[in-house]
Design a protein around this ligand. Structure first.
Ligand SMILES: [Zn+2]
Length: 270
């Protein structure tokens, strides 16, 4: 019969039906694609947020990802300054500045923090305690820089010199200016592992809040603000509100109460 196929339906009706199926199929594909994109967007957002949270959380000293201890002798330094007293009675009162180089035989045992920075394992408990106390006061510090190798210190200095040269400074001027900010290798407390640069997490606290809290409280945990603004001539370093150095609670309390710097304190001890 004309207009009928073997299935018994009129041809036009069948075409209409298959067209309807195609549209439904297309809508189905479209919806599926939408769901896939939504899932993907959600996953990326979720993973991104999780990553961000983990990086913010990383410097949290409470969670040490891995604890590695390594004994290492610092590479020999050619000193043109006074040889530092390797026989210094207390390890935490060792004086290192531009006139006192790190002793050649200085040894250090490191402990690695969750964010990859390392510190001398002996200062770790006090550092942890200090961070816990800060958090109780709703202050959120992070260890921006801990132990540095001599090579790393050299690299930092080279980068600073380069930056000054890029600003148009002559080589000698660039070097002088850079050395006011970055210690010459062999004279940085970071190479001792008992000094840390502490900053804010930048989300829950600002730098000023963290520096203020440290300035008022760090001594209770044995840390001192090593380079106060009124002692630059004595320390040889300009104001660094983020650089804290462990000296032990007794010395830290005295330094805080007297308003002195480490150089003055050690001179008074002689
Ligand atoms: Zn520092």
């Amino acid at each position: 019969m004309k207009g009928y196929e073997n299935d018994g339906f009129p041809r036009r009706k069948r075409r209409k039906k298959s067209k309807g199926n195609a549209i439904r199929r297309r809508i189905g594909h479209f919806l599926l694609t939408c769901i896939c994109i939504a899932v993907l967007v959600f996953a990326v957002t979720f993973l991104g947020a999780a990553y961000l949270y983990s990086t913010v959380k990383q410097p949290d000293l409470l969670s040490i990802a891995e604890t590695t201890e390594q004994e290492m002798a610092l590479p020999a330094v050619s000193t043109d300054g006074t040889e530092n007293g390797a026989d210094q009675a207390a390890w935490c009162l060792i004086l290192v500045n531009k006139w006192n180089y790190i002793p050649n035989d200085y040894k250090i045992q490191l402990i690695k923090l969750a964010n990859g920075e390392s510190v001398d394992k002996r200062i770790y408990p006090a550092l942890q305690e200090m961070f816990d106390a800060a958090r109780k006061d709703h202050i959120y510090p992070v260890v921006a820089s801990g132990y540095r190798t001599r090579e790393k210190q050299q690299r930092l200095l080279d980068e600073k010199i380069k930056a000054y040269k890029a600003e148009g400074c002559l080589p000698e001027e660039a070097k002088t200016k850079a050395e006011a900010w970055v210690a010459i290798p062999g004279t940085s407390e970071h190479q001792l592992g008992i000094a840390v640069d502490i900053n804010a997490d930048g989300i829950r606290s600002t730098g000023d809040e963290v520096y203020k809290w440290l300035n008022e409280n760090a001594y209770k945990f044995g840390f001192i603000r090593r380079y106060p603004p009124d002692k630059t001539e004595i320390t040889g370093v300009i104001n660094e509100p983020w650089h804290y150095r462990y000296v032990g609670i007794k010395a830290a309390e005295e330094i805080q109460n007297q308003g002195t710097c480490l150089e003055e304190y050690l001179n008074g001890q002689k």
